[in-house]
Design a protein around this ligand. Structure first.
Ligand SMILES: Cc1cc2nc3c(=O)[nH]c(=O)nc-3n(C[C@H](O)[C@H](O)[C@H](O)COP(=O)(O)OP(=O)(O)OC[C@H]3O[C@@H](n4cnc5c(N)ncnc54)[C@H](O)[C@@H]3O)c2cc1C
Length: 446
């Protein structure tokens, strides 16, 4: 280890969270950064991603904006902009927009691979990314060093470990195991049991069917299709469909959700992610409006994602180890904010670890500040996105929309639209600046 290195940071997982965190940390020259990724090459899932003004401000601060603007279809503005149109889609005839989501600052729509490639291009050489390194476990030594053990039998060492290894995080499993053992040894048996229970993700009751549709194909079937030019959501009872253009308009990101909220927190039987057939979800949408039918006809080899979440954790840290992104707080995607929250985690972690006052001897204090600031926020977002999932599938006000006369249905939709926007406006009316300020203030006074 070079003598002018203040901290040796290991990041487990080179997804959106891990790589963004690596880039944010790389701005501090006295940190040594290694990213360990289980996959043999870095390749994001073939799907789109929407980023709201909160994470976009971070992206701007990290110098990624100009490169990303070249690959978005709709560009990004700071002023008021229509970010999504909402329609009731679950009837065979064409409906009308019942709501337009106007945000202050755009929802930036990207191909995940474009975001990942941009991040990789910006990472300095000093920040090393190691592929085919699947973490098996870690152990924290009294000396302060953490030993990382990988599946291939190799080991590595670091001062601080950031678990950015996603929904099925090994770091979370080790961290909760570690905390459960301490709780057990101190007679806190209930807490120990609760910690162990939080290791495994739970099914949200919702499945997502994702596909990228070539815009040309959709255009050929339905030249005036809204999703070719604008983000749109078609809502219905027990499910919804969203679609938006990405990759300079060459592709349309399509996601169909089927919702069984009554099965929330149960076990999903079957693979969580798999290539499937349209027949798996076509019956749900067969009587939906013509634009939905046109997209369904264009879908090929959809991926099924059984949406799982992580139960709210009591802490994201243990000793010199911290969880971030989906490893810490995997949430439902109904506010398009999971990756945004991972980006925020990475940025705040870089703020506390990059601070010159943070050393090997007081690392725990820096991580505690991260935990105290980020955990309540991530958990609030988790609950808000959960609620939007309810609203999008017409669970609202205890009313059954199908039992309402047409004029009351419209009123129901209008009120519901207002409700989910209110629930969501944190994503464009607030910034991460307050959290950064708070972290710096606490570091100064620590
Ligand atoms: C249908 C759907 C739509 C979504 N849409 C949006 C959206 O529009 N906007 C948004 O903000 N969010 C969205 N999300 C959420 C978003 O995808 C996630 O929150 C985000 O990808 C989490 O990033 P992450 O880096 O924490 O984890 P991941 O992206 O899962 O990355 C984890 C990385 O760790 C690696 N890894 C795993 N285990 C190990 C190990 N043991 N050792 C080493 N490496 C390991 C993995 O290979 C992977 O590269 C959506 C999610 C879904 C399911």
């Amino acid at each position: 280890m070079g003598s002018n290195i203040r901290l040796k940071v290991a990041i487990c997982g080179a997804g959106i969270g891990g790589l963004t965190c690596a880039l944010a940390l790389s701005k501090y020259p006295d940190l040594e950064i290694d990213v360990y990724e289980s996959a043999n090459k870095l390749a994001e899932v073939g799907a789109g991603i929407g980023l709201f003004p909160r994470p976009w401000k971070i992206i701007r601060a990290l110098g990624l904006e100009q490169d990303l603007l070249r690959v978005t279809e709709l560009g990004v503005t700071d002023g008021p902009v229509t970010s999504f149109r909402y329609r009731k889609g679950d009837q065979p005839w064409e409906s009308a927009d019942f709501h337009q989501l106007v945000t202050t600052g755009s929802l930036a729509l990207l191909h995940r691979a474009d975001y990942q490639q941009t991040l990789l291009r910006h990472l300095p050489r000093s920040c090393k990314t190691h592929c085919s390194k699947r973490l098996r476990s870690y152990s924290q030594r009294f000396s302060g060093t953490i030993e990382l053990a990988f599946d291939d039998g190799s080991v590595a060492y670091c001062d601080v470990l950031l678990g950015a290894d996603g929904l099925k995080s090994v770091v979370r499993k080790c961290l909760l195991g570690e905390r459960a053992r301490w709780a057990q040894s101190e007679g806190r048996y209930k807490e120990a049991a609760e910690l162990q229970q939080a290791v495994d993700p739970v099914w949200s009751g919702t499945n997502a069917y994702r596909a990228l549709i070539p815009a040309e194909r959709l255009h050929a079937r339905y030249p005036s299709h809204r999703a070719l030019t604008t983000p749109v959501q078609y809502l219905g009872k027990r499910g919804y469909v969203l679609a938006y253009p990405i990759s300079q308009g060459k592709l349309v990101n399509f996601v169909a959700f089927t919702c069984r909220h009554d099965l929330e927190n149960t076990k999903f039987n079957g693979p969580w992610v798999s290539v499937t057939e349209k027949s798996q979800f076509m019956p749900y949408f067969s009587k939906w409006e013509p634009e939905v039918q046109a997209m369904l006809e264009c879908v090929e080899k959809p991926l099924q994602w059984a949406i799982h979440t992580v139960r709210p954790l009591r802490s994201f840290i243990s000793g010199r180890v911290a969880l971030m992104g989906d490893a810490a707080h995997a949430m439902t995607p109904h506010q398009g904010s999971g990756a945004g929250q991972a980006i925020e985690d990475g940025y705040i972690l870089a703020t506390v670890l990059g601070h010159p006052k943070t050393t090997r001897d007081n690392l725990h204090r820096a991580l505690r500040i991260y935990d105290e600031i980020r955990r309540p926020m991530a958990h609030r977002v988790m609950e808000k996105t959960r609620m939007n999932g309810r609203y999008y599938s017409f669970e609202f006000d205890g009313l059954d929309i199908e039992q309402l006369p047409p004029d009351q249905q419209w009123d129901f939709l209008q009120r519901m639209g207002k409700k989910f926007v209110k629930n969501w406006e944190w994503a464009w009316t607030t910034t991460v600046d307050d959290a950064v300020e708070e972290a710096l203030k606490r570091l100064r006074h620590a």
